[in-house]
Design a protein around this ligand. Structure first.
Ligand SMILES: *Cc1c(COP(=O)(O)O)cnc(C)c1O
Length: 417
């Protein structure tokens, strides 16, 4: 027998949990792609996508995943041979850098390892050394989904601005958008990429690129741009089919419409705070487990941790054993330890990740943590006591700026389904 029968919880950092509202919005007959409701609905997405990113510029939507958005961002602002500086804080920084290299850019990587964010001082030094301004773009991942490191985008862009260096800042928010606070314009990012399947709670299949006027100007001389990836017709379409360079991803768009409605109804500030508080519960549990055993968070400094996903470790092979037990016995699927060790290396079985990304609430995170506590006990993995108490106390504490955890008066509106 197993205790896993019931609603499963896919707690991997993307694809994330899909709300019933998103699924139901997609459950419909094929719409007309030439005129009518779909056309208006598509146009309605753009202001909401701007709002989620605190961005005033343009948004291009591609039929593709995060990698598609990576390629789209690069080829609209670069030419072959252009110098690109990649700030790597885990697997995805290296992946984006490799793609830029594959497209023909001259890429230099500054590797900050797997436990620390990008150091603005080192970006400053690299840009200062580039006196003739040959670096065209700086690539940085807001949240690396493998290490769960979060970078301070505002601090990095401020270094570029203080030097008056013209390099564009391109940010990968695929894991962080609508989870961790991100303010594209105020922070100084020029291009930002995301996918539909993480904080946006929609099936994988849409790659999204936000860009400002500086990036749009770079597009005018970008030699890498190709007809399919060109963002110009997609953001100034003369006809509806130009939005997607062909047939629209109709049902994904209906799903995204519902997801953006949910984010708008909750409010993006509240969405960010919810993720911060759920992450705090995970960290509290991990601290208690780690006080009496080998479980460790990957990122020591709380200010450098993602609010969307938490990367953790146990001595190998306990990480894999824990994931297997949780999936088999509790219906919770944790993420593998991507990029922390290579498959085949025994250390591979020591790393795992818990996502708290998108359509996730207190009972889901507490449930996942309590199931992890049961797994540690069932597998005789040494661990400190009181983790679930600590997580509950963390969630019971008053949220920042609020005197009481439960406001008096009518029940708050809950967007549960
Ligand atoms: C998921 C992810 C990607 C890759 O997205 P795909 O949709 O798998 O192509 C890239 N960067 C980050 C930070 C991610 O979280």
């Amino acid at each position: 027998m197993t205790l896993a029968n019931g609603r499963p919880y896919l707690a991997i950092p993307g694809p994330s949990v899909m709300p019933d509202r998103v699924l139901n919005a997609m459950h419909r007959a094929s719409p007309n792609i030439y005129a009518g409701e779909l056309v208006e609905m598509t146009e309605s997405l753009i202001p909401d996508l701007r709002a989620v990113a605190r961005a005033g510029g343009d948004v291009a939507i591609y039929v593709g995943n995060g990698h598609a958005a990576w390629e789209a961002a690069l080829c609209n602002v670069l030419s072959r041979g252009d110098r690109v500086l990649a700030l790597a804080t885990g697997r995805f920084g290296h992946g984006w850098a490799a793609m830029a290299e594959g497209l023909g850019a001259a890429v230099e990587i500054i590797d900050f390892g797997k436990r620390a964010p990008a150091d603005p001082g080192r970006l400053r030094a690299a840009l200062q050394a580039d006196a003739d301004h040959r670096i065209r773009a700086v690539l940085v991942t807001h949240v690396d989904t493998a290490t769960s490191i979060r970078n301070d985008i505002a601090a990095l862009a401020a270094e570029r601005d203080a030097l008056g260096h013209p390099a564009l800042i391109l940010v990968d928010c695929i894991a962080s958008l609508a989870c961790d606070r991100f303010e594209m314009d105020a922070w100084g990012a020029d291009v930002m990429v995301a996918g539909s399947q993480k904080g946006l709670m929609t099936p994988p299949g849409l790659g999204l690129v936000w860009f400002n006027a500086r990036a749009a100007a770079a597009r005018a001389r970008a030699g890498m741009v190709t007809p399919y990836w060109d963002w110009a017709p997609r953001t100034r379409p003369g006809a509806y089919y130009e939005y997607f360079c062909g047939t629209a991803p109709t049902h994904h768009l209906y799903g995204l419409r519902a997801a953006l409605d949910m984010i708008g109804e909750e409010g993006i500030e509240a969405v960010w705070t919810r993720h911060a508080r759920l992450a705090g519960a995970v960290w509290a549990a991990a601290a208690a487990w780690g006080a009496g055993g080998p479980l460790r968070l990957n990122v020591a400094e709380p200010a450098h941790r993602s609010h969307a996903v938490t990367s953790m470790s146990l001595p190998s092979p306990h990480g894999t054993a824990l994931r297997d037990w949780l999936e088999r016995e509790a219906g919770v699927t944790l993420g593998i330890g991507l990029g922390m060790a290579e498959p085949g290396d025994p250390a591979w079985h020591g790393h795992f990740r818990l996502a708290h990304m998108g359509h996730v609430n207190a009972h889901m995170t507490l449930g996942a943590l309590a199931a992890m506590d049961a797994a540690l006990k069932a597998l005789d993995i040494p661990h400190g006591a009181g983790a679930i108490d600590a997580a509950a106390a963390s969630l019971a504490a008053a949220p920042p700026g609020q005197a009481k955890p439960l406001p008096a008066g009518p029940m708050p509106r809950v967007l549960g389904t």
